[in-house]
Ligand binder design. Structure first.
Ligand SMILES: Cc1cc2nc3c(=O)[nH]c(=O)nc-3n(C[C@H](O)[C@H](O)[C@H](O)COP(=O)(O)OP(=O)(O)OC[C@H]3O[C@@H](n4cnc5c(N)ncnc54)[C@H](O)[C@@H]3O)c2cc1C
Length: 414
Protein backbone atom coordinates (compact mmCIF):
# COMPACT_ATOMS: atom_id res chain seq x y z
CA UNK A 1 0.00 0.00 0.00
CA UNK A 2 2.82 2.43 0.87
CA UNK A 3 4.55 1.59 -2.43
CA UNK A 4 1.32 2.39 -4.30
CA UNK A 5 1.02 5.69 -2.43
CA UNK A 6 4.66 6.47 -3.23
CA UNK A 7 4.09 5.68 -6.92
CA UNK A 8 1.07 8.00 -6.99
CA UNK A 9 2.70 10.61 -4.75
CA UNK A 10 0.04 10.46 -2.05
CA UNK A 11 1.01 11.50 1.48
CA UNK A 12 0.15 9.06 4.31
CA UNK A 13 -0.46 10.13 7.91
CA UNK A 14 -0.50 7.11 10.29
CA UNK A 15 -3.34 7.56 12.79
CA UNK A 16 -3.41 5.76 16.15
CA UNK A 17 -5.69 7.04 18.89
CA UNK A 18 -5.69 10.63 17.63
CA UNK A 19 -4.48 12.05 20.97
CA UNK A 20 -1.42 13.93 19.69
CA UNK A 21 -1.18 17.33 21.35
CA UNK A 22 1.65 18.66 19.16
CA UNK A 23 0.02 18.62 15.71
CA UNK A 24 1.37 15.15 14.94
CA UNK A 25 -1.65 14.33 12.79
CA UNK A 26 -1.76 17.54 10.75
CA UNK A 27 -2.89 16.49 7.24
CA UNK A 28 -0.01 18.11 5.36
CA UNK A 29 0.14 17.29 1.63
CA UNK A 30 3.68 18.57 1.29
CA UNK A 31 3.39 19.32 -2.46
CA UNK A 32 2.14 15.79 -3.20
CA UNK A 33 -1.03 14.81 -5.08
CA UNK A 34 -3.11 14.18 -1.97
CA UNK A 35 -3.04 13.07 1.63
CA UNK A 36 -4.74 10.16 3.40
CA UNK A 37 -5.01 9.14 7.06
CA UNK A 38 -4.01 5.52 7.68
CA UNK A 39 -6.04 4.49 10.72
CA UNK A 40 -4.66 1.36 12.41
CA UNK A 41 -7.69 1.00 14.73
CA UNK A 42 -8.55 -2.45 13.40
CA UNK A 43 -5.06 -3.80 13.98
CA UNK A 44 -5.89 -4.14 17.66
CA UNK A 45 -4.89 -7.63 18.76
CA UNK A 46 -2.57 -8.92 21.42
CA UNK A 47 -0.87 -11.42 19.11
CA UNK A 48 0.82 -13.47 21.80
CA UNK A 49 2.59 -13.60 25.13
CA UNK A 50 5.92 -15.32 25.66
CA UNK A 51 5.36 -15.89 29.38
CA UNK A 52 8.81 -17.35 29.89
CA UNK A 53 10.56 -14.27 28.48
CA UNK A 54 7.80 -11.91 29.69
CA UNK A 55 7.32 -10.42 26.23
CA UNK A 56 3.96 -9.45 24.70
CA UNK A 57 3.57 -9.04 20.93
CA UNK A 58 0.98 -6.40 20.02
CA UNK A 59 -0.64 -4.88 16.98
CA UNK A 60 -0.32 -1.07 16.84
CA UNK A 61 -4.00 -0.14 17.20
CA UNK A 62 -4.39 -1.67 20.69
CA UNK A 63 -5.53 1.03 23.10
CA UNK A 64 -4.37 1.24 26.73
CA UNK A 65 -7.38 -0.38 28.47
CA UNK A 66 -7.73 -3.19 25.90
CA UNK A 67 -4.03 -3.95 26.15
CA UNK A 68 -4.11 -4.16 29.96
CA UNK A 69 -7.28 -6.31 29.89
CA UNK A 70 -5.71 -8.71 27.39
CA UNK A 71 -2.45 -8.91 29.35
CA UNK A 72 -4.28 -9.49 32.64
CA UNK A 73 -5.71 -12.73 31.25
CA UNK A 74 -2.10 -13.95 31.08
CA UNK A 75 -1.28 -12.55 34.53
CA UNK A 76 0.76 -9.62 33.18
CA UNK A 77 0.66 -5.83 33.04
CA UNK A 78 2.53 -3.22 31.02
CA UNK A 79 1.95 -0.45 33.57
CA UNK A 80 2.04 2.29 30.91
CA UNK A 81 -0.61 4.80 31.96
CA UNK A 82 -0.32 8.21 30.30
CA UNK A 83 -3.22 10.55 30.97
CA UNK A 84 -4.46 9.75 27.43
CA UNK A 85 -4.42 6.01 28.21
CA UNK A 86 -8.14 5.53 27.46
CA UNK A 87 -7.67 6.37 23.76
CA UNK A 88 -3.98 6.27 22.86
CA UNK A 89 -2.53 3.19 21.13
CA UNK A 90 0.56 1.01 21.34
CA UNK A 91 1.72 2.28 17.91
CA UNK A 92 1.20 5.88 19.03
CA UNK A 93 3.08 5.28 22.30
CA UNK A 94 6.03 3.95 20.32
CA UNK A 95 5.89 6.62 17.62
CA UNK A 96 5.99 9.43 20.22
CA UNK A 97 8.23 7.99 22.98
CA UNK A 98 5.37 8.33 25.42
CA UNK A 99 5.78 8.34 29.19
CA UNK A 100 3.12 7.16 31.65
CA UNK A 101 2.16 8.22 35.15
CA UNK A 102 3.95 5.20 36.64
CA UNK A 103 7.17 5.78 34.72
CA UNK A 104 9.28 5.78 37.89
CA UNK A 105 8.41 2.12 38.36
CA UNK A 106 7.61 0.74 34.93
CA UNK A 107 9.80 3.01 32.80
CA UNK A 108 9.05 5.14 29.77
CA UNK A 109 7.39 3.38 26.85
CA UNK A 110 10.61 3.38 24.82
CA UNK A 111 12.37 1.55 27.65
CA UNK A 112 9.96 -1.41 27.47
CA UNK A 113 10.05 -1.89 23.70
CA UNK A 114 11.91 -5.13 23.02
CA UNK A 115 11.27 -5.21 19.29
CA UNK A 116 9.38 -3.38 16.59
CA UNK A 117 8.26 -3.94 13.00
CA UNK A 118 7.54 -1.12 10.58
CA UNK A 119 6.22 -0.97 7.04
CA UNK A 120 8.05 1.58 4.88
CA UNK A 121 7.91 2.41 1.18
CA UNK A 122 11.35 0.74 1.00
CA UNK A 123 10.02 -2.49 2.54
CA UNK A 124 9.24 -4.06 5.90
CA UNK A 125 11.83 -3.70 8.69
CA UNK A 126 11.96 -5.77 11.87
CA UNK A 127 14.25 -4.90 14.76
CA UNK A 128 15.03 -6.39 18.17
CA UNK A 129 16.23 -9.98 18.14
CA UNK A 130 17.80 -10.41 21.57
CA UNK A 131 17.49 -9.02 25.12
CA UNK A 132 20.61 -6.96 24.48
CA UNK A 133 22.97 -6.60 21.57
CA UNK A 134 26.26 -5.06 20.51
CA UNK A 135 25.47 -5.39 16.80
CA UNK A 136 26.06 -1.75 16.02
CA UNK A 137 23.86 1.16 17.10
CA UNK A 138 20.41 0.27 18.45
CA UNK A 139 18.30 0.94 15.36
CA UNK A 140 15.04 0.47 17.27
CA UNK A 141 15.67 4.00 18.48
CA UNK A 142 15.18 5.25 14.91
CA UNK A 143 11.65 3.90 14.97
CA UNK A 144 10.78 5.02 18.51
CA UNK A 145 9.87 8.69 18.24
CA UNK A 146 9.67 8.60 14.43
CA UNK A 147 6.09 9.98 14.53
CA UNK A 148 4.96 8.23 11.36
CA UNK A 149 7.62 10.00 9.28
CA UNK A 150 9.80 6.91 8.70
CA UNK A 151 7.20 4.14 8.47
CA UNK A 152 4.01 2.65 9.86
CA UNK A 153 4.58 0.66 13.03
CA UNK A 154 2.75 -2.61 12.47
CA UNK A 155 3.92 -4.65 15.46
CA UNK A 156 5.50 -3.93 18.83
CA UNK A 157 7.04 -6.43 21.27
CA UNK A 158 6.96 -5.24 24.85
CA UNK A 159 8.54 -6.24 28.13
CA UNK A 160 5.66 -7.02 30.52
CA UNK A 161 5.60 -7.80 34.25
CA UNK A 162 3.44 -9.91 36.52
CA UNK A 163 0.25 -8.18 37.69
CA UNK A 164 1.22 -6.48 40.97
CA UNK A 165 0.17 -8.21 44.20
CA UNK A 166 -0.35 -4.88 45.90
CA UNK A 167 -1.02 -1.27 44.89
CA UNK A 168 -1.06 1.73 47.21
CA UNK A 169 -1.18 5.46 46.50
CA UNK A 170 -0.74 8.09 49.17
CA UNK A 171 -0.37 11.84 49.52
CA UNK A 172 2.17 14.05 51.29
CA UNK A 173 2.41 17.77 51.78
CA UNK A 174 5.82 19.43 51.54
CA UNK A 175 6.63 23.00 52.46
CA UNK A 176 7.91 24.25 49.12
CA UNK A 177 8.65 23.11 45.57
CA UNK A 178 12.41 23.74 45.67
CA UNK A 179 12.92 21.68 48.82
CA UNK A 180 10.58 18.95 47.58
CA UNK A 181 12.44 18.78 44.28
CA UNK A 182 15.70 18.18 46.14
CA UNK A 183 14.00 15.32 47.96
CA UNK A 184 12.87 13.72 44.71
CA UNK A 185 16.44 13.95 43.47
CA UNK A 186 17.73 12.24 46.59
CA UNK A 187 15.25 9.39 46.14
CA UNK A 188 16.10 8.93 42.46
CA UNK A 189 19.83 9.00 43.12
CA UNK A 190 19.56 6.53 46.03
CA UNK A 191 17.54 4.19 43.80
CA UNK A 192 14.63 4.66 46.19
CA UNK A 193 11.81 5.61 43.82
CA UNK A 194 8.19 4.63 44.27
CA UNK A 195 6.30 3.42 41.17
CA UNK A 196 4.37 6.70 40.83
CA UNK A 197 5.85 10.04 41.82
CA UNK A 198 4.07 13.32 41.14
CA UNK A 199 4.95 16.63 42.76
CA UNK A 200 2.73 19.67 42.17
CA UNK A 201 4.15 23.16 42.63
CA UNK A 202 2.51 25.61 45.02
CA UNK A 203 0.16 27.03 42.39
CA UNK A 204 -1.04 23.67 41.08
CA UNK A 205 -1.48 22.44 44.63
CA UNK A 206 -3.47 25.51 45.59
CA UNK A 207 -5.63 25.21 42.49
CA UNK A 208 -6.63 21.77 43.70
CA UNK A 209 -5.82 20.35 40.30
CA UNK A 210 -3.41 17.95 41.87
CA UNK A 211 -6.23 15.69 42.97
CA UNK A 212 -8.90 16.92 40.54
CA UNK A 213 -11.43 16.77 43.36
CA UNK A 214 -12.96 19.68 45.23
CA UNK A 215 -12.53 19.77 48.99
CA UNK A 216 -9.27 17.85 49.05
CA UNK A 217 -6.40 18.60 51.38
CA UNK A 218 -4.33 19.73 48.41
CA UNK A 219 -5.56 23.28 48.70
CA UNK A 220 -4.16 23.97 52.14
CA UNK A 221 -0.71 25.22 51.16
CA UNK A 222 2.72 23.86 50.33
CA UNK A 223 3.14 21.28 47.61
CA UNK A 224 1.26 18.04 47.11
CA UNK A 225 3.32 14.92 46.45
CA UNK A 226 1.61 11.73 45.31
CA UNK A 227 3.53 8.51 45.72
CA UNK A 228 2.36 5.12 44.48
CA UNK A 229 3.74 1.64 45.00
CA UNK A 230 2.97 -1.39 42.81
CA UNK A 231 4.58 -4.78 42.93
CA UNK A 232 5.21 -7.72 45.22
CA UNK A 233 3.66 -7.09 48.65
CA UNK A 234 7.03 -7.30 50.39
CA UNK A 235 8.59 -4.80 48.02
CA UNK A 236 5.64 -2.40 48.33
CA UNK A 237 5.76 -2.46 52.13
CA UNK A 238 9.52 -2.11 52.36
CA UNK A 239 9.85 0.63 49.72
CA UNK A 240 6.90 2.54 51.16
CA UNK A 241 8.38 2.47 54.65
CA UNK A 242 11.78 3.59 53.42
CA UNK A 243 10.37 6.47 51.34
CA UNK A 244 8.04 7.51 54.18
CA UNK A 245 11.03 7.66 56.54
CA UNK A 246 12.88 9.93 54.15
CA UNK A 247 9.84 12.17 53.65
CA UNK A 248 9.09 12.45 57.37
CA UNK A 249 12.69 13.29 58.12
CA UNK A 250 12.41 16.15 55.63
CA UNK A 251 9.32 17.50 57.38
CA UNK A 252 6.69 16.18 54.97
CA UNK A 253 3.18 15.83 56.36
CA UNK A 254 1.40 12.55 55.59
CA UNK A 255 -2.01 13.07 53.95
CA UNK A 256 -2.67 9.35 53.91
CA UNK A 257 -4.10 6.88 51.44
CA UNK A 258 -7.28 8.93 50.91
CA UNK A 259 -5.34 11.67 49.13
CA UNK A 260 -3.62 9.00 47.02
CA UNK A 261 -6.89 7.24 46.26
CA UNK A 262 -8.49 10.54 45.20
CA UNK A 263 -5.64 11.20 42.81
CA UNK A 264 -5.80 7.65 41.41
CA UNK A 265 -9.57 7.89 41.03
CA UNK A 266 -9.38 11.15 39.07
CA UNK A 267 -6.10 10.45 37.27
CA UNK A 268 -7.66 10.54 33.77
CA UNK A 269 -10.28 13.24 34.50
CA UNK A 270 -8.20 16.43 34.33
CA UNK A 271 -8.28 16.88 30.53
CA UNK A 272 -12.07 16.61 30.45
CA UNK A 273 -12.17 19.85 32.47
CA UNK A 274 -11.04 21.66 29.35
CA UNK A 275 -14.51 21.42 27.76
CA UNK A 276 -16.16 22.80 30.90
CA UNK A 277 -13.61 25.64 30.98
CA UNK A 278 -14.22 26.45 27.30
CA UNK A 279 -17.95 26.64 28.01
CA UNK A 280 -17.35 29.39 30.58
CA UNK A 281 -14.97 31.39 28.37
CA UNK A 282 -11.71 29.98 29.73
CA UNK A 283 -8.78 28.54 27.77
CA UNK A 284 -6.48 25.76 28.98
CA UNK A 285 -3.26 24.44 27.43
CA UNK A 286 -0.18 22.51 28.50
CA UNK A 287 3.49 22.16 27.65
CA UNK A 288 6.31 20.03 28.99
CA UNK A 289 10.07 19.74 29.07
CA UNK A 290 12.82 18.02 31.08
CA UNK A 291 16.19 19.10 32.43
CA UNK A 292 19.06 17.97 34.58
CA UNK A 293 18.73 18.42 38.34
CA UNK A 294 21.33 21.17 38.46
CA UNK A 295 19.22 23.29 36.09
CA UNK A 296 15.73 22.20 37.10
CA UNK A 297 14.84 24.89 39.59
CA UNK A 298 15.89 27.65 37.17
CA UNK A 299 14.01 25.92 34.36
CA UNK A 300 10.84 25.79 36.45
CA UNK A 301 10.92 29.46 37.38
CA UNK A 302 12.15 30.53 33.94
CA UNK A 303 9.34 28.81 32.05
CA UNK A 304 6.73 29.80 34.62
CA UNK A 305 7.82 33.46 34.48
CA UNK A 306 7.96 33.46 30.67
CA UNK A 307 4.40 32.07 30.46
CA UNK A 308 3.14 34.51 33.09
CA UNK A 309 4.76 37.53 31.41
CA UNK A 310 3.66 36.53 27.92
CA UNK A 311 0.05 36.06 29.04
CA UNK A 312 0.10 39.44 30.78
CA UNK A 313 1.58 41.08 27.67
CA UNK A 314 -1.34 39.66 25.67
CA UNK A 315 -3.71 41.40 28.08
CA UNK A 316 -4.93 38.07 29.46
CA UNK A 317 -3.17 37.28 32.73
CA UNK A 318 -3.55 33.64 33.66
CA UNK A 319 -2.83 30.89 36.11
CA UNK A 320 0.41 28.96 35.45
CA UNK A 321 0.66 25.64 37.28
CA UNK A 322 3.51 23.15 37.22
CA UNK A 323 4.40 19.63 38.29
CA UNK A 324 7.08 16.98 38.09
CA UNK A 325 5.85 13.52 37.17
CA UNK A 326 8.82 11.71 35.61
CA UNK A 327 11.99 11.41 37.66
CA UNK A 328 15.44 10.06 36.78
CA UNK A 329 18.77 9.88 38.61
CA UNK A 330 20.06 12.77 36.46
CA UNK A 331 16.96 14.99 36.24
CA UNK A 332 13.22 15.24 35.83
CA UNK A 333 10.39 16.41 33.61
CA UNK A 334 8.45 19.64 34.14
CA UNK A 335 4.84 19.95 33.03
CA UNK A 336 2.95 23.25 32.88
CA UNK A 337 -0.78 23.89 32.65
CA UNK A 338 -1.99 27.36 31.71
CA UNK A 339 -5.53 28.63 32.29
CA UNK A 340 -6.59 32.08 31.09
CA UNK A 341 -9.45 33.89 29.39
CA UNK A 342 -10.36 33.21 25.78
CA UNK A 343 -9.73 35.83 23.08
CA UNK A 344 -10.86 36.00 19.43
CA UNK A 345 -7.94 33.90 18.24
CA UNK A 346 -6.90 31.91 21.27
CA UNK A 347 -4.85 29.47 19.19
CA UNK A 348 -2.65 32.23 17.72
CA UNK A 349 -2.30 33.76 21.18
CA UNK A 350 -1.20 30.39 22.61
CA UNK A 351 1.39 29.98 19.85
CA UNK A 352 2.95 33.32 20.82
CA UNK A 353 2.84 32.51 24.54
CA UNK A 354 4.27 29.02 24.03
CA UNK A 355 7.04 30.44 21.81
CA UNK A 356 8.16 32.59 24.75
CA UNK A 357 8.38 29.48 26.95
CA UNK A 358 10.08 27.47 24.20
CA UNK A 359 12.77 30.14 23.88
CA UNK A 360 13.51 29.82 27.60
CA UNK A 361 13.62 26.02 27.34
CA UNK A 362 15.98 26.11 24.37
CA UNK A 363 18.26 28.74 25.89
CA UNK A 364 18.46 26.67 29.08
CA UNK A 365 19.63 23.67 27.05
CA UNK A 366 16.63 21.60 28.15
CA UNK A 367 14.54 19.45 25.84
CA UNK A 368 11.70 20.93 23.82
CA UNK A 369 9.63 17.85 24.70
CA UNK A 370 9.98 15.14 27.34
CA UNK A 371 7.06 12.97 26.12
CA UNK A 372 4.65 14.81 23.82
CA UNK A 373 6.95 14.45 20.78
CA UNK A 374 7.84 16.96 18.05
CA UNK A 375 4.82 16.93 15.73
CA UNK A 376 4.40 20.20 13.86
CA UNK A 377 4.47 22.41 16.96
CA UNK A 378 8.03 21.66 18.10
CA UNK A 379 9.57 21.32 14.65
CA UNK A 380 11.06 24.84 14.62
CA UNK A 381 12.88 24.08 17.88
CA UNK A 382 14.31 20.66 17.03
CA UNK A 383 17.50 21.78 15.25
CA UNK A 384 18.57 23.80 18.28
CA UNK A 385 18.38 20.61 20.34
CA UNK A 386 19.86 17.95 18.03
CA UNK A 387 22.12 20.18 15.91
CA UNK A 388 22.51 20.42 12.13
CA UNK A 389 24.21 17.03 12.02
CA UNK A 390 21.27 15.51 13.90
CA UNK A 391 18.85 16.97 11.36
CA UNK A 392 21.00 15.67 8.49
CA UNK A 393 21.06 12.17 10.04
CA UNK A 394 17.26 12.17 10.35
CA UNK A 395 16.94 13.33 6.74
CA UNK A 396 19.26 10.56 5.57
CA UNK A 397 17.13 7.96 7.37
CA UNK A 398 13.96 9.46 5.90
CA UNK A 399 15.45 9.45 2.39
CA UNK A 400 16.40 5.79 2.75
CA UNK A 401 13.06 4.57 4.07
CA UNK A 402 10.76 7.04 2.31
CA UNK A 403 12.57 8.52 -0.70
CA UNK A 404 9.46 10.22 -2.16
CA UNK A 405 8.62 11.74 1.23
CA UNK A 406 5.04 10.48 1.48
CA UNK A 407 5.10 9.67 5.21
CA UNK A 408 3.63 12.33 7.49
CA UNK A 409 5.33 15.23 5.62
CA UNK A 410 4.43 17.88 8.22
CA UNK A 411 6.06 16.39 11.30
CA UNK A 412 9.39 15.87 12.99
CA UNK A 413 11.91 17.03 10.37
CA UNK A 414 12.62 20.77 10.38
C1 LIG B 1 -5.56 14.51 27.42
C2 LIG B 1 -4.22 14.04 26.96
C3 LIG B 1 -3.32 13.60 27.89
C4 LIG B 1 -2.06 13.15 27.48
N1 LIG B 1 -1.21 12.66 28.41
C5 LIG B 1 -0.03 12.13 28.01
C6 LIG B 1 0.85 11.52 28.97
O1 LIG B 1 0.56 11.45 30.17
N2 LIG B 1 2.01 11.01 28.51
C7 LIG B 1 2.34 11.03 27.19
O2 LIG B 1 3.38 10.52 26.83
N3 LIG B 1 1.55 11.62 26.28
C8 LIG B 1 0.36 12.15 26.64
N4 LIG B 1 -0.46 12.71 25.72
C9 LIG B 1 -0.03 12.78 24.32
C10 LIG B 1 -0.46 11.55 23.46
O3 LIG B 1 -1.48 10.84 24.10
C11 LIG B 1 0.71 10.64 23.21
O4 LIG B 1 1.61 11.29 22.31
C12 LIG B 1 0.33 9.27 22.63
O5 LIG B 1 1.47 8.44 22.63
C13 LIG B 1 -0.23 9.33 21.23
O6 LIG B 1 -0.81 8.07 20.93
P1 LIG B 1 -1.95 7.92 19.85
O7 LIG B 1 -2.20 6.47 19.64
O8 LIG B 1 -3.13 8.75 20.19
O9 LIG B 1 -1.24 8.51 18.56
P2 LIG B 1 -1.77 9.60 17.51
O10 LIG B 1 -2.14 10.86 18.21
O11 LIG B 1 -2.79 8.99 16.61
O12 LIG B 1 -0.43 9.83 16.70
C14 LIG B 1 0.69 10.45 17.29
C15 LIG B 1 1.84 10.45 16.29
O13 LIG B 1 2.30 9.13 16.09
C16 LIG B 1 2.11 8.71 14.75
N5 LIG B 1 1.61 7.34 14.79
C17 LIG B 1 0.51 6.88 15.45
N6 LIG B 1 0.39 5.55 15.25
C18 LIG B 1 1.42 5.17 14.46
C19 LIG B 1 1.85 3.93 13.91
N7 LIG B 1 1.18 2.79 14.09
N8 LIG B 1 2.96 3.92 13.13
C20 LIG B 1 3.66 5.07 12.91
N9 LIG B 1 3.30 6.25 13.39
C21 LIG B 1 2.20 6.31 14.17
C22 LIG B 1 1.12 9.70 14.13
O14 LIG B 1 1.29 9.86 12.74
C23 LIG B 1 1.43 10.97 14.92
O15 LIG B 1 2.51 11.66 14.35
C24 LIG B 1 -1.72 13.19 26.11
C25 LIG B 1 -2.66 13.63 25.18
C26 LIG B 1 -3.90 14.06 25.59
C27 LIG B 1 -4.90 14.51 24.56
Amino acid sequence: MLRVCAAHRVAVVPFGGGTSVVGGLAPVRGGLAGVIALDVARMNLLLGVDAESQIATCEPGLRGPALEAALAIHGFTLGHLPQSWEYATVGGFAATRSSGQASAGYGRFDSVVVGVRIATPAGSWELGHAPASAAGPDLRQLVLGSEGAFGVITQVRLRVRPVPEKKIHEGWRLADFTGATALLRAMAQRDLLPTVMRLSDEVETAAGLATARPGSDAGTGGCLLITGYEGRAGWVDARRAEVAGLLRAAGAVALGEDAGAQWAHGRFDGPYLRDALLDVGMFAETLETAGFWSALSGLHTGVRDALTAALAAEGTPGLVMGHISHVYPTGASLYFTVVCGQVDDSVARWRRVKAAASRVITEAGATITHHHAVGTDHRPWLAAEIGDIGVAVLRAVKNTLDPVGILNPGVLLP
